[in-house]
Design a protein around this ligand. Sequence first.
Ligand code: NQM
Length: 358
Amino acid sequence: MSGPGAGHGIRCMLMRGGTSKGAYFLASDLPPDASERDDLLLRIMGSPDPRQIDGVGGAHPLTSKVAVVSPSQTPGMDIDYLFLQVVVDQPIVTDRQNCGNILAGIGPFAVERGLVPAGEQQTRVRIRMVNTDGIVTATFPTPGGRPRYDGDTAIDGVPGTAAAVVLDFEDSDSGASVLPTGSITDVFDGITVTCVDNGMPVVVVAASSFGKTGYESIAELESDAELNDRVQALRLEAGKAMGLGDVSGTTVPKISLVAPPAAGGTICTRTFIPVRVHESIGVLGAVSVATAIMLPGAVGGDLAATPEGSRLSVEHPSGALQVEVELDSTTTPPAVLRSGVVRTARKLFDGTVFPRLP
Ligand code: NQM
C-alpha cells in the first residue's frame, strides 16, 4: 500500500498556537476524502481514548487540535486554513468550530512549508479561515527569511515569552449577524443569556445565574455535576435557537460564565468548551464575549468595566486576553468592523507522524 494513511508516515509539524497545541499538516499530505482524512487523524492523535496514549494528541481538548493548510484559490488570500477539533474520548473529528489559538501558528507554518515567501523582516499572510469563511491577516517576524519564534511577548497561560503574532480579523463570520438568534437576550430554562457569534458561537451567561461567583477554579467547576448538567441542558436549547441544530455531538456553542472583573480587566470569564472548562479562553471565544458585552442590553454589559476605547481585557483562569473589537453602532444590531489580538506561536517538532493502523 502507499499514499497517506496506508501505514506510512505523514509529514506533520507540532506547534503551540497561543494557549493551544496541535498537529499542522499540508492538505496535500492528507487524503482528499474528508472521511478518510478524519479516520487517519483519529489514528494519528490517538482518539478515542481519554489518554490518547497511542497518538500524538495531548489528552485535552486544547491539545487535540489539527490545522490543514493549503494555498488559497480565493482572490486576495494567500492561505486556506481548515481547523479540525479531534475529540479526545470519542471518534469525532469536527470542522464545526474554528480556533484562533491554532490560527497563530498558521502564518509561520505556511512560511516553513514554502507556501508563502517570507519578507525581509516580517511577513504578512492573508488567511481564509475555511470553517467560518472569515478573513484574517497574520503578521509575524521573519528576519533573514525564516520565522522567528523567540521574542519578548508574554501571553497569559504560556510560560516565558516568544515572538508576537498579530492577528487582525476583518470579517470573522462572513457578514452574518453577531446575534444568531436575532435577539439581544434569550431565556432558556429560566436563565437569561446572550447568544453571540463573532467568529465563535458562544452563549454568554452571568455566573450568578447558576449560583456561582464566576471566580471558581477549573477543578471546582468541572467537579460540580449539577452545574455541568445545567450547562449542558442550556447548551442544547441554545444551540437549536442559534440555528446549530442538535449540538449534543458538537463542540459549539461554548458557554461562557461571566462576572465583574477581578483583576483590573473588563470582564471575568470561565468558559465551558463545551464540557471541559478552558484553561484560559479561546481567541475567537474572547472576541465573541467582548463583542457581546459591547452590545447594548446584552448579558454581561452591566457586569463589565467600561473598556478603554476598543481594547478589552477578558479575564480567564490563567490571566487575561486583550482583544480589540470595533463596532459600527449606527446599525441595529451593531456590525463588527474589525477585531484583533496578539498571540505567540512556536514550532515544537517537525517530522513524520506514524498513525495507528486501522
Ligand atoms: O475560540 C478552544 C482554543 C479554543 C478555541 C475551544 C479558540 C478560539 O483555545 O478561537 O482558540 O474553545 O474549543 O484553542
